[in-house]
Design a protein around this ligand. Structure first.
Ligand SMILES: [Cu+2]
Length: 484
């Protein structure tokens, strides 16, 4: 069986031009990509997940010990209404504590599922989620401090659709797994027997884990079979650390329709899209020409922290690699063949006039060896995460301007319990892909945000703000705040 194992370290094809065609479909078995099972809770307003262990055979060799929600690896796509009080139930059948954070859901801190809300082995957590926000693609994942990277890597994550049921009226593709694809992008590494491996090299302890194999929805080497019309891709970067810079292999446009927290007012045509850990973007791609094409990515930019050599890191350059090949199947009736021009969503334009100011620096220690021994290699504003310290308290209903600076690397910055406007990036207008509502943004230098604090959170069950490179988060690049 031919897999995409090893692609990220190169196939020996040096030039871009020869790299992509060498992966044409004729050269391999076209195993169709499958979606996570759809758990549609829009009628019942209730869903149940069981965190469990299982076995997953990724590459046709030895099976891996993996974790998932109600299945061996990852979880189902949970669909709920965007305005619905939802009864969630999460049972933990694993032998260590977990938590479940609803990443992108605008709900109070006491049901947010952060590191204070542990679910002990054998117990069930049953929060009522008062969902009331625009339709969006969000996700859920474990959030145990110091163990998030390993637990997510094992598979404790899944996608949620907050649906308002209006996509037909908008002219958007909405048939799950046919013209509306949910794509969880992860990079993984496997040992010689094909078992999933999570061991961090010295550079990876600083820069975050980078795998050498693309895994989409828990599958290696699969091809997305699509109708020859317009298809919606709901992209989630569920990787621990890898930043993707996505494009289509023939440079056809991707039409951005939604960012982390909902639809835009109208599509934005892009040829490239950056996707950092924790972010979600929805794009429309037209497969109407019937040609085979691939979603590809540039190498992760976060590999060159110390000029390449000093940390023993990999070079940041290298050929693009294939993320997911697409095959247009003319026997599938395309439901949507024209782009909608009015999406009915919005772009943030918050009033900054009375916004308070706050500085946030995402810090990495330079004296890495000594700081690693002290366990405070990563910090925010110079202070590593402390479960028992509330970093600050915000007044509910206010807006703050956060000036977020990234030290040494690019850091994807996530704030719980809020949606925000990206005001500027390094003093300039934000990139087009950052002009929608966001809860996670890749900070490369300095990014200014306008953040609206609508949801309450007590000092006992506060909201987190952190780098979404999971190794950085676990290492202390996280803080917590109350909203009262
Ligand atoms: Cu980071």
């Amino acid at each position: 069986m031919i897999t995409r194992r090893g692609l990220m370290t190169g196939l020996g094809a040096g030039a871009v031009a020869s790299f992509i065609p060498s992966l044409s479909l004729a050269n391999r078995d076209a195993v169709p990509l499958s979606m996570p099972p759809l758990l549609d809770a829009t009628d019942t307003g209730a869903f149940r997940l069981t965190a469990q262990s299982g076995q997953t055979n990724f590459a046709g060799r030895a099976a891996s010990e993996t974790w998932g929600f109600s299945q061996p690896y990852l979880g189902p796509t949970v669909r709920i209404r965007n305005t619905q009080e939802v009864q969630a139930e999460v049972e933990n059948s694993l032998s260590e504590e977990i938590s479940v954070h609803w990443h992108g859901m605008l709900i109070p801190g006491d049901v947010d599922g952060g590191p204070h809300q542990t679910i002990a082995p054998g117990s069930t957590w049953a929060p009522v989620l008062p969902v009331n926000q625009p339709a969006a693609t969000i996700w859920f994942h474990t959030h145990i401090h110091g163990a998030t990277a390993r637990q997510v890597y094992n598979g404790l994550a899944g996608v949620m659709h907050l649906s308002d049921g209006l996509d037909d009226e908008r002219g958007l593709p909405a048939t799950y797994g046919v013209d509306d694809l949910t794509l969880v992008l992860q990079d993984r590494r496997f040992d010689r027997r094909g078992r999933m491996d999570y061991s961090l090299s010295m550079p990876e302890q600083m820069m975050g884990f980078l795998g050498d194999t693309m895994v989409i929805n828990g599958q290696i080497g699969a091809t997305a079979v699509v109708p020859n019309g317009i298809v919606r891709l709901r992209l989630l970067n569920g990787s621990n650390s890898r930043i993707y810079t996505l494009s289509m292999s023939d440079a056809r446009p991707m039409h951005l329709i939604a960012t982390d927290n909902g639809l835009l007012d109208r599509p934005i045509e892009l040829t490239g899209l950056s996707l950092s850990p924790g972010e979600r973007y929805e794009v429309l791609v037209d497969f109407g020409d019937g040609n085979d094409v691939s979603l590809i990515s540039q190498q992760s930019p976060n590999t060159d922290m110390m000029g390449g050599g000093m940390m023993g890191g990999r070079p940041a350059s290298g050929p693009p690699f294939e993320v997911l090949p697409f095959k247009a199947d003319t026997s599938i009736q395309a439901r949507i063949t024209t782009l909608p021009d009015d999406l009915g969503g919005s772009r943030p334009a918050l009033d900054s006039a009375r916004a308070g100011q706050r500085r946030v620096t995402l810090d990495m220690g330079m004296g890495s060896m000594m700081m690693r021994r002290n366990g405070n290699q990563f910090s925010i504003n110079g202070r590593p995460f402390d479960m028992n310290r509330t970093d600050f308290t915000v007044q509910q209903g206010t807006i703050e301007r956060w000036s977020v600076s990234a030290n040494m690397l690019m850091h994807p910055f996530h704030i719980h319990g809020v949606t925000f406007q990206v005001l500027s990036e390094n003093g300039a207008a934000p990139a087009p892909q950052n002009t929608g509502w966001k809860d996670t943004v890749l900070v490369n230098g300095r990014t200014d945000l306008l953040v609206r604090f609508d949801q309450p959170a007590s000092a006992d069950l506060p909201f987190m703000f952190h780098c979404h490179i999971l190794e950085h988060e676990d290492g202390g690049m996280m803080g917590q705040f109350a909203v009262v």
